[in-house]
Write a protein that binds this ligand. Structure first.
Ligand SMILES: Cc1cc2nc3c(=O)[nH]c(=O)nc-3n(C[C@H](O)[C@H](O)[C@H](O)COP(=O)(O)OP(=O)(O)OC[C@H]3O[C@@H](n4cnc5c(N)ncnc54)[C@H](O)[C@@H]3O)c2cc1C
Length: 502
């Protein structure tokens, strides 16, 4: 086990027993006593022994969302003394220096919203991002292949300096990891995988007192890991992605569908720097060109699975030609600047007179091309006794608006806040009524965004004359109606929880 916190867990049996049984509402000093005895050292590295051990919160999955939750818990006054364990076998979590600034940007990037940036600032992880490659953008242009309309958004439309920032996923993960490493917390990382889980078990009294019969919280969750070790916890957080094992073992059912679309992602290079986020809807799906710093941009190109495997296997030169074609005159004309719906020009937002621009030419492919199948998935329940889901474990969305991990960070923020509120009033943090408050808060926001993204995906999947005109009207509305434009920007930025019509 790689333990990120230099704190001794060699506590006495009595101390452990007492600590673990302290109620969640007790003061932070009591939470210090909830330290587990999981610091057995093996080959110089701490590890779980085969005896069951204990913690307050077990986060299964140390991806961006799981790490964000751990970071938020470690930096909030009421939760900073919780004994938090992150279970993930990803070797990146054991490598202190994930980033080599000489490498071209990784193809896996996220467009993070101003709300996410604020969250990272609040937990003290944004400084790290700013010290590594990232690209703020203050302009966004969206158009489609019919040539009937376009819309350009400016940060100044909502009196902001930026609309968002594009960051490599590994930089976001390292920022959170580094922040936790640099704090005195009780957060540990186990390089293992969840194998099985029993929720609400009566934990037997152990001779070493790790889980005692006298404990008022003896109904705990028990996790068994792939390395044969096991762990008792008050709360299991499933942050283990779209194929969540936690969700499956907890019997939390999902709804959803495959989009029969794949996304190709890669890094490309231009001859000069790009500062705008571009997105063009093509007959098979959108192509996005996102700045990622220096002269690099990231491509997220959605298409049919057959096209995706063809585009992935074509030569690099052919691919560059295909990208430039798709972002320029390919599939249809540029939108004209004439307004085919003059009655829609109700008000003039500051970017209203911005002319359509052609994105900068791509000159080189700078990374491998990676392919991801796309689907929508939503868990019917996010919470049950002693278990809760966050991030892609609870919901996966189409990447067309770059919202997936932003929704996950919203979950992490909300769950951390609800756990604090539970502790403040002395609740057991694994109890259903508390966890359902988190579910109610996040479900409404996540479902609203999912419905909008799914609507966009469907509206742009059909090439049909009247529908094309409707889409053009939508573009013009989004371009020329100031309140609508402002509302769209505020909602996409994460600053407004629901779209204007909800
Ligand atoms: C092409 C594409 C582009 C995207 N672009 C954007 C974007 O621009 N902006 C945006 O907001 N979102 C974007 N997304 C979505 C975003 O990538 C996901 O929402 C995000 O990665 C989810 O993070 P997560 O931590 O919830 O899950 P994951 O990133 O899937 O992490 C899950 C973690 O759990 C671990 N794990 C799995 N099983 C187990 C187990 N049994 N035991 C222990 N650990 C386990 C894994 O090792 C992994 O580390 C995009 C998605 C795609 C496909």
């Amino acid at each position: 086990m790689y333990r990120i916190v230099a704190r001794s867990f060699g506590g006495s049996k009595r101390f452990l027993h007492k600590g673990f049984c302290s109620t969640a509402g007790q003061q932070a000093s009591n939470f210090t006593a909830c330290q587990s005895s999981h610091s057995h050292e093996q080959n110089g590295k701490p590890s779980l022994s085969s005896d069951p051990k204990q913690c307050d919160v077990a986060i299964v999955g140390g991806g961006m969302v799981g790490m964000a939750l751990a970071c938020s818990l470690a930096t909030s006054p009421l939760t900073e003394k919780l004994n938090v364990v992150i279970i993930d076998s990803n070797p990146a979590l054991q490598n202190k220096n994930l980033i080599n600034s000489d490498d071209p940007p990784d193809a896996r990037v996220s467009t993070v919203t101003p709300a996410t940036i604020s969250f990272f600032k609040d937990v003290g992880a944004w400084d790290y991002v700013e010290q590594h490659r990232h690209a703020y953008f203050d302009t966004m242009q969206v158009w489609d292949y019919t040539g009937l309309g376009y819309t350009r958004y400016k940060a100044r439309d909502v009196n902001k300096e930026v609309l968002g920032c594009v960051v490599e996923n590994k930089v976001l993960l390292s920022a959170l990891l580094s922040r936790i490493q640099n704090m005195k917390t009780l957060t540990s990382i186990y390089p293992s995988k969840l194998a099985t889980m029993k929720l609400n078990v009566s934990s037997a009294s152990k001779e070493d007192g790790t889980v005692g019969e006298a404990c008022p919280h003896k109904q705990l969750a028990k996790l068994e890991l792939s390395d044969g070790s096991s762990l008792y916890t008050k709360l299991v957080v499933g942050a283990d992605g779209g194929k969540s094992r936690v969700r499956e073992l907890a019997g939390l059912r999902t709804t959803g569908w495959s989009y029969s679309q794949n996304a190709i992602i890669c890094t490309v290079e231009h001859s000069k720097e790009n500062h705008c986020a571009w997105q063009r809807f093509l007959p098979s799906g959108p192509i996005a060109l996102l700045p990622i710093g220096d002269t690099f941009s990231n491509i997220v190109w959605t298409m049919t699975p057959k096209e995706a495997s063809d585009f992935k296997s074509m030569t690099e030169d052919e691919f560059v030609v295909a990208v430039n074609h798709a972002l320029d005159y390919g599939y249809g004309p540029h939108p004209g600047s004439s307004n085919i719906f003059p009655w829609l020009r109700l008000d003039a937002a500051s970017s209203v007179n911005e002319a359509f621009e052609i994105p900068p030419k791509v000159v080189k492919l700078s990374s491998e091309r990676m392919m991801f199948p796309l689907s929508l998935m939503h868990a019917k329940d996010y919470a049950a006794k002693r278990v809760v889901l966050v991030g892609d474990a609870a919901h996966t969305v189409h990447p067309l608006a770059g919202q997936g991990v932003n929704l996950g960070f919203g979950d992490a923020m909300a769950l951390s806040r609800i756990i604090s509120e539970g502790i403040a009033v002395g609740s057991d943090i694994g109890e259903v009524p508390l966890l359902k408050r988190y579910e109610t808060d996040r479900k409404a926001a996540n479902l609203a965004m999912m419905a909008i993204l799914d609507g966009f995906q469907k509206a742009y999947s059909v090439d049909f004359g009247p529908l094309n005109i409707l889409r053009a009207a939508a573009f013009h509305g989004a371009q020329y109606i100031k309140p609508l434009k402002k509302s769209i920007i505020a909602y996409a930025s994460g600053e407004q929880k629901f779209p204007f019509f909800l």
